[in-house]
Design a protein around this ligand. Sequence first.
Ligand code: GRF
Length: 213
Amino acid sequence: MISGRGSNMASLIAACEGKDYPADIVGVISNRQDALGLSVAAQAGIPTLVVDHSDFERREDFDAELTRRLEAFEADLVCLAGFMRLLTDGFVSQWHDKLINIHPSLLPAFKGLDPHTRALAMGIKITGCSVHFVRVELDSGPIIAQAAVPVFTGDTEETLSARVLAVEHKLYPHALALVASGRARAVGERVVIDDDDPVDTQLFSPPTKTNTV
Ligand code: GRF
């Protein structure tokens, strides 16, 4: 589910086209008609639809419509990729351990909006991104995968978000593969991963400066 440019969605679509990738994208839902990602998905031959939140008076009704549409797609998992609506407790419970999100910080740091601006204001030296199962509290839930990204002197919100975004595009397909293949699963509030392998751990090292945007 998306609300905007959909670059993370595009990275998932590209990964799912891989021969041995353990997931397929069955559909893309946007709450905004003008989301740029909709045309990217359509060009990839993926069914898209808009469920406009402003057509619903109550959040519960909007979320119930989302569930109806997701069930019509026969979705087993729901990936939030820049989906900018708060979801109700009912929706989150209904999709418990089937709803995953990417957030551009090393959670639990910098939950919510403008994580890069706040990270820069605090002068932290390493940030990153996290993919997690969604729980009721905003940007919280068992963490599936994280990657670290260095903050450089002179970074702006623009340069830092671009550097993190490039890593998000690797991390989200990696995390979805872990969940879709059954290698990663939530056990209570932690994620257990079977057979962590060395290839996975490359994502955990900060990329060198030459690798970054
Ligand atoms: C990404 O930074 C993601 O982590 C956050 O919202 C942004 C969405 O970007 N949740 P895009 O629409 O995937 O390009």
